[in-house]
Design a protein around this ligand. Structure first.
Ligand code: PLP
Length: 387
């Protein structure tokens, strides 16, 4: 006979990812034959570059289909370290690298092996949805602060980790090097982990991308989470990587050995080609995202009750729709997103998922055609409901 509360307390402490919820609602409508424009999902619409796909085909043909070392094949770990060194001037050794099942898995592993009950993790708002849940799943406590400028005043003797995501999902904001270094100078001397989520590190529209891991004094306390998902349009392959002090990597490998065993063998060969092979596809995608960003920002600024700071990286627009909520008498962004999907078949993610009240997140990783249709639908919705 099932208990009235059959689940472990820790699973009750977290929510299903809001972005996954939006994706599933959009998918359900699509399966009913509706014409949905999905600007909810943060997924490049580009196919994985051909040379990367061919590497996976070759891996299958050569029967590279068995278990691999838990933390990734040595060639891939070496390629991760070399790519990071070439791009950002860091110096990591393979024993300081782990390959996991996407960047999300790296972040899950890091939080589970480093956090315990009562440990505080400082996270700036807006934040990527998953941080909150994985910290709480580990028994930690999130301390949310307004932007990265709020981090300094939130540090306490219980702070175990600070998470910074630049460029930021959802806002597209970029943390300048000087500011990032200021954060490091606060965390490193106190032995606080500084987790830098570099999922969008190659998609910066102005200025040179950098990694805080290359700064002096970073090595012992900085934790890098990286991924091939967005950079090489490889979301479904599920390969991410972590760079961290060797004992942290060893602990993550221990956890991984009891969960996923290893990242998929064939996907690792594809990621190896992505990191070692020609990098031209990245520049092509960046140029296209820049065009789409400029298009979407211009359209949004022309809409009633919508304002937006120009995103400087990643592929999300995070407009402030406070005035639009007032004009339309829609109580909050969750209801706004729900009705937008119901009435206009346009999927966006409400800002509540990222810790803010007045925003919606629009992904412009969709095709230009879909973006045009999406902007028409949003404009129609706002116009029809404005009083
Ligand atoms: N970090 C951020 C900020 C993201 O937006 C995402 C994906 O949307 C991830 C990490 C994880 O990506 P993946 O697990 O596909 O590498």
């Amino acid at each position: 006979m099932a208990d009235a509360t059959p689940f472990a307390a820790r699973i009750g402490a977290i929510e299903i990812s809001a972005t996954a919820q939006v994706a599933s609602a959009a998918d359900q409508l699509r399966r009913q034959g509706m014409d949905v424009v999905d600007l909810g999902v943060g997924e490049p619409d580009f196919p994985t570059p051909e040379h990367i796909k061919q590497a996976a085909v070759r891996a299958i043909e050569q029967n590279f289909t068995r278990y691999t070392p838990t933390g990734g094949i040595p060639e891939l770990k070496a390629a991760v370290c070399q790519r990071h060194a070439a791009d950002f001037g860091t110096r990591y050794a393979p024993e300081e690298c782990i390959v996991s099942v996407g960047g999300k898995h790296v972040i899950f592993n890091l939080t589970q092996v480093l956090l315990g009950p009562g440990d505080e993790v400082v996270i700036s708002v807006p934040y990527w949805v998953t941080y909150r849940d994985v910290v709480e799943y580990a028994g930690g406590r999130c301390v949310f602060v307004d932007g990265v400028a709020g981090i300094a005043s939130a540090l306490s003797p219980r702070t175990k980790m600070v998470i910074v995501n630049s460029p930021c999902n959802p806002s597209g904001a970029v943390v300048e090097r000087e500011e990032f270094e200021r954060i490091l100078h606060l965390t490193a001397p106190r032995g606080i982990w500084l987790l830098t989520d570099e999922s969008y590190c190659r998609f910066v529209y102005d200025g040179e991308p950098f990694s805080i891991a290359s700064a002096e004094g970073a090595h012992d306390t900085v934790l890098v989470s990286g991924s091939v998902s967005k950079t090489y349009a490889m979301t479904g392959w599920r390969i991410g990587f972590g760079l961290a002090p060797a004992p942290v990597v060893a602990a993550m490998v221990k956890l991984q050995s009891h969960t996923t065993t290893n990242p998929t063998s064939v996907a690792q060969m594809a990621a190896l080609e992505a990191l070692r092979g020609p990098q031209d596809s990245v520049a092509v995608m960046l140029a296209e995202y820049r065009r789409r960003r400029d298009f979407i920002v211009e359209k949004l600024r022309a809409m009633p009750g919508v304002s937006i700071d120009t995103p400087r990286g990643a592929f999300y627009a995070y407009p402030d729709i406070r005035a639009a909520l007032t004009r339309t008498s829609i109580p909050d962004t969750t209801e706004f997103a729900r009705r937008l999907l119901d009435e206009q078949r346009l999927a966006v993610v409400p800002g509540s998922a990222f810790g803010t009240r007045d925003h919606i997140r629009i992904s412009y990783a969709a095709s230009q055609h879909q973006l045009e249709r999406g902007m028409q639908r949003l404009n129609r919705f706002l116009t029809e409901h404005s009083q």
